[in-house]
Design a protein around this ligand. Structure first.
Ligand code: GDP
Length: 432
């Protein structure tokens, strides 16, 4: 169960806030300066999520060793916590003790929610905006006593919590589903033939799995894969017989049915509009993607030079796709296909713990904040990963983000966590 630590000076109302969060009157002793309480955990729930709140008691800012006491208290609380609620008295504003604590919290890199407590009315709530100066992002004005603002605060806590205990993704444990797609003549059948051998490795049924009749189980790199719509690859539909419309429907269907797509391109020819359409189908579907440049045996130094330029130009939207240069004819690099598929699928199913994600994000937005627009810069408060296959993220912000800044976050997210071979989706949820 995730842990939320409540940290703050004595008398800022931590106990009242804990009472408010756990939603019942419990004998939580009010902070008394100079008296250290044991850290007491309480069970809390909000919107069906359970978490533990740890009331860390008061600091002992005894004049002599004040900084050390603060450091020790903040650190123990924070080490075990997934999220820290840093409580400040909105009527008093920030004090030097608060500022010292902020330094410790920053160093911990845990997600911190700044709570401006005792914001019992609008005018104190307005005052609370001065707490921006603490550098912890937007203060959440709350009246723990009267309940004002506590719903928003609880929403923010949930958003910052780690994912609910991993719901085991119960994907049927059969072979992974692959779509082998590409325009006519790029070499799909030739590549398929390489894997299946003389149909040797193609099995039509495996105990416990059901395979669509148009699919085949094919061995690639010592592993069994379910190649979707192999019927369409095997039957050499005469080039003239199938309309492009029909071929494109079939391609879309195969991609939808698959988890990862291999888009075959013909390296000896320019990347065409049809190639681009097929690539777009994959990226729009959210499937993992491996691009295989087939007929690499036909690529000489000259062609290579132009091809590199073309790739930079034509594939710049999908720099994350895994690329392979292979030849279905000679067998070159064909053994790289299975590792590439596995890599892409692993990226596709990557889940980053919320605490880790937010540690990284805090550092990122500190180093490169959102540019100021019209006197204000929206801030990213937290992020959570909402799902996998592909990885989906939600950014909780104080306002809409610039498209450019969002792309920057995506690029940095990829730099940090990889996702090679997988699209990722980011959505922004501005508060209120
Ligand atoms: P499909 O329509 O995508 O299934 O393409 P095919 O597998 O039928 O291949 C089309 C043509 O390209 C055939 O003449 C193949 O022999 C040829 N071809 C396929 N792969 C390669 C390759 O890696 N190198 C060369 N040079 N030719 C290839």
């Amino acid at each position: 169960q995730p842990v939320v630590a409540v940290v703050g000076r004595p008398n800022v109302g931590k106990s009242t806030l804990v009472n408010r969060i756990i939603g019942r009157r419990q004998a939580v002793v009010e902070d008394v300066p100079g008296v250290t309480r044991d850290r007491v955990p309480y069970d809390a729930q909000w919107n069906g999520r359970a978490f533990t709140v740890v009331d860390t008691g008061g600091w002992e800012p005894d004049a002599k060793d004040r900084a050390a006491a603060i450091a020790a208290q903040a650190e123990t609380a924070v080490v075990t916590a997934d999220v820290v609620l840093f409580v400040v008295d909105a009527m008093v504003g920030s004090t030097d003790v608060d500022e010292a604590a902020v330094k410790m919290l920053r160093r911990s890199a845990k997600p911190v929610i700044l709570v401006a407590n005792k914001a019992d009315n609008n005018s104190i709530e307005m005052e609370a905006t001065s707490l921006w100066s603490l550098g912890l992002g937007e203060p959440f004005p709350v009246s723990a006593l009267h309940g004002r603002g506590s719903g928003d605060l609880l929403d923010a806590i949930l958003a910052a919590l780690p994912e609910a205990p991993a719901i085991v993704e119960n994907r049927p444990r059969g072979p992974r589903r692959v779509a082998l797609v590409g325009r006519p003549n790029v070499g799909k059948s030739s590549l398929l033939n390489r894997f299946s051998g003389e149909e040797r490795a193609v099995v039509d049924s495996v105990a416990g799995t059901t395979v669509d009749p148009v699919d085949s189980l094919v061995e690639i790199g010592g592993q069994t894969w379910q190649l979707v719509d192999t019927a369409g690859l095997r039957k050499r539909v005469g080039k003239a017989s199938g309309t492009e419309y029909y071929a494109s429907l079939r391609t879309a269907g195969a991609i939808e049915a698959a988890e990862v797509a291999v888009v075959l391109l013909d390296s000896s020819e320019p990347i065409s509009e049809q190639d681009q359409r097929i690539l777009s189908m994959v990226t729009e579907s959210g499937r993992a993607l491996v691009i295989a440049f087939n007929k690499w045996d036909l690529v000489d130094a000259d062609r290579r030079y132009y091809l590199d330029k073309e790739i930079d130009r034509e594939l710049r939207r999908i720099p994350w796709a895994i690329r392979l240069n292979l030849s279905a004819m000679t067998g070159r690099a064909v053994d790289k296909l299975a590792p590439a598929l596995n890599k892409a699928l692993a990226s596709w199913e990557t889940r980053v713990p919320t605490a880790h994600l937010n540690q990284w994000l805090t550092a990122l937005v500190q180093a490169t904040p959102h540019p100021v627009r019209g006197g204000r810069a929206p801030r990213i408060l937290f992020a959570t990963q909402a799902g996998v296959a592909p990885p989906r993220f939600v950014l909780f912000t104080t306002g809409p983000l610039d498209a450019g800044y969002q792309r920057f976050v995506e690029r940095k997210l990829r730099e940090e966590f990889g996702y090679e071979g997988s699209p990722i989706e980011i959505s922004v949820r501005p508060r209120k």
